[in-house]
Design a protein around this ligand. Structure first.
Ligand code: GLN
Length: 542
């Protein structure tokens, strides 16, 4: 195997222009050419990981197989490239400093003065190096969070600048993703901010090899020439990327722009196979086709920010494609339901998802949504917290006691049907102390969940502290709940479902993290199938 190749992605002009999606799509281009690819995100904030950050600030926390709590861009990487990444693929300033300071306290630096250059930058480079070693990737894509010009990202930029002389020019490429603003009055796109951000990048020693110019409007050819001239890149390497109506079209657009071929040439690689886009083309075609519409409600507490449920939304999309329908999601705030508002939206749908969450705000609203779904035979999918609350709701009815609860929300409940496991009770730290990452789950035959999966043993990703309290299992089972997935020792309930219902299934894990565009997750797929059936029935009776 030749030397590891590195492609670095920086952002210019403004944030949120899809740098993560661009990196993910470029990864796909290279995988299609037969290379082993991995992607790493370098996040300039000082939190050790996004695990303790509010979804309002940061969007969803994406969980990997090994339990790392990471930036949501890792979800894009895994979905586009269909790889399973690991802990070293998300690095934050907080992690880097924590490591360097721990070494300093141990005396590892033998009295030296610890500085940003070289100590911090060396630690960053060490972590970039770990990606190839731990994933076996031949090409490592590295995305630097934030925008060039931010104070926080300087050490990361300095580290990737050094990489060019460390590993050689033919082993490194720099891609700068910028934004072309549109001036309404004159109906034109402007390149000046792009020029400025490239100048900023050059002033810290990085000359981009490629510029991806994002825009909401078509980019005329002379603008490409202008960017090439002013920013000193090949015209071939100025890639206009107009906002795609379908996210999964991005790799196809970049392929058409010859980005894959250009990078292969630039990095002196030999293509192993010709890309085969048949599946992706079919996928995009299916998304674009007119399809019958079904409606579901997503009842959560961060609904104003759809990014907080990024993977859930993508998993729904994948399942919709697999079932040949369009799914319209109504975002319902659980705190509103508590105040008896927003019910019209819930009553208007054929399926309800209650996703994961923490903290007591809006909990009773979610429980009410679960009750509504159960009593009205509406398909329901509960993800982690959504499963726990489905159990709480069922227990309240089974026990005839509305005080049954999860001890997360009511410490003195007479019926803690969801509770901490004894070994979790001692923990005081908030960060990284949950049940995290993949755990096996044994399917119980004859259940809806086992029919959906069609296999006996699955691995699913977790992120939670609380579990179903085993002392209530018998009562719940006697009342009509079935535990359709269990840990191999039978000690933990992984999936619960309600027998006398078309589809009311809750998972202690997060299936959304393992759904892929061309491989919809079985449980999401089964849920959407049930939603379609109900929609059809309602039409027939309606
Ligand atoms: N708050 C719940 C727990 O910690 C659920 C977590 C989640 O939904 N991810 O167990």
């Amino acid at each position: 195997m030749g030397p590891t190749k590195y492609i670095f992605f920086t952002g210019g002009v403004v944030s949120s222009v899809g740098k993560g999606v661009t990196a993910a799509a470029v990864g796909r281009l290279l995988k299609e050419r037969g290379f082993a690819v991995a992607v790493q995100k370098l996040d300039p904030y000082i939190n050790v990981d996004p695990g303790t950050m509010s979804p309002y600030q940061h969007g969803e926390v994406y969980v990997l197989d090994d339990g790392a709590e990471t930036d949501l861009d890792l979800g894009h990487y895994e979905r586009f490239i269909d790889v399973n990444l690991n802990r070293v693929c998300n690095v934050t300033t907080g992690q880097v400093y924590a490591e360097v300071i721990a070494k300093e306290r141990r005396g590892d630096y033998l009295g030296g003065t610890i500085q940003v250059i070289p100590h911090i930058t060396n630690e960053i480079k060490k972590r970039i190096g770990l990606v190839a070693r731990t994933t076996g990737a031949e090409i490592v894509l590295v995305e630097i969070g934030g925008t060039v010009g931010d104070i926080e990202s300087l050490p990361f930029l300095e580290a990737i600048r050094q990489m060019r002389s460390d590993v050689g020019r033919e082993n490194t490429a720099y891609i700068h993703v910028t934004w072309l603003p549109h001036i309404g009055a004159t109906e034109e796109l402007k390149t000046k901010p792009t020029q400025h951000s490239v100048r900023e990048l050059r002033s810290i020693g990085i000359a981009p090899d490629m510029i991806v110019a994002r825009s909401d409007y078509p980019v005329p050819d002379d603008l490409r020439s202008k960017i090439a001239l002013f920013c000193d890149v090949d015209k071939r390497a100025v890639v206009p990327m107009v906002t795609a109506p379908v996210l999964y079209e991005v790799p196809l657009l970049l392929e058409k722009a010859n980005v894959g071929d250009y990078l292969v040439e630039r990095l002196k690689l030999e293509v192993r196979r010709q890309p085969n886009w048949t599946d992706w083309e079919k996928l995009v075609e299916r998304v674009k086709q007119e399809k019958p519409v079904v409606k579901i409600a997503l009842v959560g507490k961060y609904v104003e920010l759809h990014d907080a449920y990024m993977s859930v939304r993508e998993a729904v999309k994948h399942a919709a494609i697999a079932n040949g329908v369009e799914v319209e999601i109504t975002w319902v705030h659980s705190a509103e339901l508590e105040k008896d508002r927003g019910w019209d939206a819930v009553k208007n749908v054929d399926g309800i998802i209650v996703p994961g969450g923490f903290g007591s705000r809006g909990i009773e609203g979610k429980i009410k949504a679960a009750r509504y779904a159960r009593e009205n035979q509406i398909p329901y999918l509960g993800l982690c917290l959504g499963m726990q609350l489905m159990v709480v709701e069922f227990a309240r009815t089974a026990l005839g006691d509305e005080n049954a609860n999860s001890s997360e929300f009511d410490r003195t409940t007479p019926h803690p049907v969801i509770d901490l496991m004894p070994d979790q009770k001692e923990i005081v730290d908030m960060g990284g102390t949950m049940r995290l990452g993949v755990y096996p789950c044994h399917m119980q035959p004859g259940t809806k969940a086992s029919a959906a999966y069609g296999v006996d043993l699955v691995q699913e990703r977790h992120r939670h502290r609380f579990e179903l309290n085993n002392s209530y299992r018998k009562i719940l089972e006697d009342a009509g709940m079935k535990f359709s997935g269990l840990s191999p020792d039978g000690n933990l309930v992984e999936i619960a479902e309600i027998i006398d219902h078309p589809f009311m299934v809750g998972t202690q894990f997060h299936p959304e993290f393992l759904s892929r565009p061309t491989r919809a997750h079985p449980l999401f797929s089964a849920f959407i199938r049930a939603v379609c059936e109900r929609a059809r029935e309602m039409q027939n009776t309606g």
